[in-house]
Ligand binder design. Structure first.
Ligand code: IMP
Length: 181
């Protein structure tokens, strides 16, 4: 089915994102100041740009691992059923872990991932999400650090897609449909 036509309005500029990542990195460094090295677990695919920026801003030892969970498919609605498509490669028992998520929407993805990783007994597990849509939450989950709270809008860019498009925009943009449906 062809895409409904849409335009993208800038919601959060690249400069604003970079400044916020600097602030968050100082807080994360303080939280993990007693650790030699943390494991940064990025949730694919939406967080790949955020992970790249945050690990380069962090002045602590980091290992990078990835986990892919599915809840959205190609649509605009969460399926609420989270499946692990790709697990992390490394062991996290007794280690300090930072889970990096792009957006917490209903919260099912982050909730599921936290439960899974906690069952492997890390010493400390913390979570960061670039964006949070609190009005959409259907679970009790909350990330330890949040870049920006946003309203219930569908967003793209900075790693985040709409049916696999627009991940390469350097800013967070809001999708605005231009047909009259
Ligand atoms: P949740 O399980 O409902 O919290 O959904 C989290 C995932 O849904 C995120 O990691 C995104 O991949 C996706 N998602 C949620 N909101 C948006 C959006 O506005 N644009 C694109 N993807 C989104």
């Amino acid at each position: 089915m062809p895409h409904r036509p849409y335009e993208i309005d800038v919601m959060i500029s690249a400069k604003t994102i970079a400044a916020r990542i600097e602030e968050l990195s100082r807080e994360i460094e303080a939280e993990f100041s007693d650790t030699d090295k943390i494991v940064v677990v990025g949730l694919l695919r939406g967080s790949f740009v955020f992970i790249a920026d945050i690990v380069r801003e962090l002045d602590i030892g980091v290992e990078v691992d990835f986990l892919e969970a599915s809840s959205y498919g190609d649509g605009m609605e969460s399926s609420r059923e989270v499946r692990i498509l790709k697990d992390i490669r490394g062991q996290i028992e007794g280690r300090d872990v930072l889970v990096v998520e792009d957006i917490v929407d209903t919260g099912y993805t982050l909730d599921h991932v936290i439960n899974l990783l906690e069952s492997r007994k890390p010493r400390k597990l913390r979570t960061i999400a670039l964006l949070d849509k609190p009005s959409r939450r259907e679970t009790g989950v909350r990330a330890d650090w949040i870049g920006f709270e946003i309203p219930d809008e569908f967003v793209v860019g900075y790693g985040i897609d709409f049916a696999q498009r627009n991940r390469n925009l350097p800013f967070i943009g809001k999708v605005r449909f231009t047909d009259d449906q």
